[in-house]
Each structure stands twice: as C-alpha cells, then as structure tokens.
Design a protein around this ligand. Structure first.
Ligand SMILES: [Ca+2]
Ligand SMILES: [Ca+2]
Ligand SMILES: [Ca+2]
Length: 133
C-alpha cells in the first residue's frame, strides 16, 4: 500500500547455495529498478525494506532486479526479478475542474431544474464524483 511506513519489511529473498564455506555464502544486491532509492536490500540477509514513501498516483509498479552472488572463486550469481505493486489508498481529495462557476438563473425557472453542473475529480483510483446543483 502507498501508506506503508518507511522501514517496513517488504520481501525476503532467499537463494539456496549448496556449496560449503565461502562458496556457499550469498550476498544480495538490487541491480536494476531502484533508481529513486525507494528500497533497501540487506546485503547479507536478503531482506528488502521500504526506504522512501511510495505514491500510487506517481508510480504504481516498481520492477526490481536482485542479484544473489556467492563468495566463491570464481563468484557465481543468479538474478531474480520482483515487481512491487503499490496499492491505492484514499489520500487524494476531490478537486473541482473549475475554481469559479458562474450560474445565472431566470426568475421563471422551475424549481428543481439544474442550474449548473459542477464536477470534481479525485486522483484516487475509483474516485470520480459529479453532482447537479
Ligand atoms: Ca556457490
Ligand atoms: Ca498518493
Ligand atoms: Ca491514492
């Protein structure tokens, strides 16, 4: 969710390496998809944390490429991709499409007839409201 707190745990990458000793010790790193620094990956544990607030309205999907590399010689590695999908929360107020409306009403108009239509949009995903005045 876009309101997830900075520092929260998002994912745990686990790479199994069957070798013994240094050849089987694995380090993790994000190699692509983290240009804005939203995520921190702990090198030794493979734990992925949120390091900056996400915004659904700005970016919904964050595809990350993570590399696991062992400490052997030569080093062997493999990569995995994880796409973090941001969930929408209601953090956008509705905004009128116009800040000033002029409405003139003839005095002989029937009560109940619409005078002017105003509309407001809301950047949250299902937020679109309109009403008659
Ligand atoms: Ca290995
Ligand atoms: Ca937002
Ligand atoms: Ca939102």
């Amino acid at each position: 969710m876009e309101d997830a707190e900075v520092g929260s745990l998002l994912h745990h990458f686990v790479a199994i390496d069957g070798d013994k000793g240094e050849n089987g010790i694995v380090s993790y790193a994000i190699t692509a998809g983290n240009t804005n620094g939203f995520f921190t990956l702990e090198e030794k544990t493979g734990l992925l944390f949120l390091s900056a607030p996400l915004d659904y309205e700005t970016q919904r999907l964050h595809p990350l490429t993570v590399r696991a590399v062992d400490h052997g010689l030569p080093q062997l590695s493999s990569t995995q991709t994880l796409t973090v999908e941001v969930g929408d929360v209601n953090d956008q107020p509705p905004v009128f499409s116009q800040s000033v409306y002029n409405a003139s009403v003839a005095e002989n108009r029937d009560p109940g007839e619409p005078v002017v239509r105003v509309s407001a949009t809301d950047k949250d995903s299902d937020g679109s409201t309109s009403m008659c005045l």
